[in-house]
Ligand binder design. Structure first.
Ligand SMILES: Nc1ncnc2c1ncn2[C@@H]1O[C@H](COP(=O)(O)OP(=O)(O)O)[C@@H](O)[C@H]1O
Ligand SMILES: [Mg+2]
Length: 274
């Protein structure tokens, strides 16, 4: 695959990080190194507390104040974010990185109708904000009654609808790196696949990289090129999806796969094994 031969869009090397709270110091990342190629779909899996959210926040330099990077670096499109000033970091984040939230309703402003939020988000990008364009945008994420939805407040929409809106806002910026931290964790099973399909369709169409934190090994098997397994802040295994899920090398991965059996998907089986 030629995309995987080009310079990485995200490069994490030797990254360690810790949280300092009243309760003490927690090491959240321990010497983590990870390169992600343009166009690559990478799943990050591991039990709760293994450092998945911390690594995704470190990539966007969006760590909470209590978290400190103690070693290593993160490069986004070749640039070391630690060497940039706050304005430049914001620009990289705005122009290149897209985050799909875990809790989509909380990511919206509760005091504003959906229409107003879309206008405020799109205007600075130079994107049209007339009613027809907004309706079109909502249709593109398969919202069925866009005219009605534009008039609603966030508490009046379902989680699945809010996630579609969050995805529309994120992909309108055409980020070259998309980070989704358990984007369907708060959603009903029946809308999960649709949300994932929207995310994957954008990534395939645009050639963006996807870093997708997930507990759903069946969906990971279906969509992702590579799986990175984290345990206690470290990467214990990383490799092509089928290899990691079918023939895990690390003991921890074997436990994880046994605990959450990955449903094989007939349509991708041949491709993955080819
Ligand atoms: N805000 C925080 N304050 C203190 N410790 C935290 C905070 N967020 C995460 N941690 C700790 O850091 C470690 C990694 O957490 P996290 O990155 O959230 O893991 P995951 O996303 O895989 O569940 C865990 O031990 C967790 O308890
Ligand atoms: Mg997390």
């Amino acid at each position: 695959m030629t995309a995987h031969e080009s310079a990485p869009s995200v490069s994490v090397s030797g990254l360690s990080a810790e949280y300092r709270t009243r309760l003490g110091v927690t090491r959240a990342l321990d010497d983590v190194s990870l390169d992600i190629a343009p166009g690559e779909l990478v799943a990050v899996v591991g039990e709760s507390g293994s450092g998945k959210t911390t690594i995704s926040q470190a990539i966007g330099r969006m760590l909470p104040r209590s978290c400190r990077i103690t070693a290593g670096e993160v490069r986004v499109l070749g640039r070391d974010l630690a060497s940039l000033g706050p304005d430049e970091v914001r620009r990289v984040r705005r122009e290149s990185l897209g985050f799909i939230p875990q809790d989509p309703i909380a990511s919206l402003n509760p005091t504003m109708r959906i229409r107003r939020q879309l206008e405020l988000a799109l205007a600075p990008l130079g994107r049209p904000t007339d009613a027809d364009s907004l309706v079109e945008l909502l249709r593109s994420v398969r919202i069925l009654e866009p005219e009605r939805v534009l008039r609603l407040f966030p508490h009046e929409v379902s989680g699945g609808m809010a996630q579609r809106i969050a995805i529309a806002l994120t992909i309108a910026r055409e980020p070259s790196i998309l980070i989704a931290d358990e984007p369907t964790a708060s959603l009903d099973a029946q809308v999960r696949d649709e949300i994932l399909e929207l995310i994957v369709a954008f990534v395939r169409r645009s050639g963006a990289s996807l870093i997708w934190i997930s507990h759903d090994l069946g969906a990971v098997r279906r969509w992702c090129d590579r799986v990175v397994v984290m345990h206690r802040g470290a990467i214990v295994e990383s490799g092509p999806t089928a290899r990691v899920l079918d023939a895990p090398e690390a003991k921890y991965t074997r436990t994880l796969v046994a605990a959450i059996p990955a449903r094989p998907r007939a349509s991708r089986e041949g491709e993955e094994r080819a």
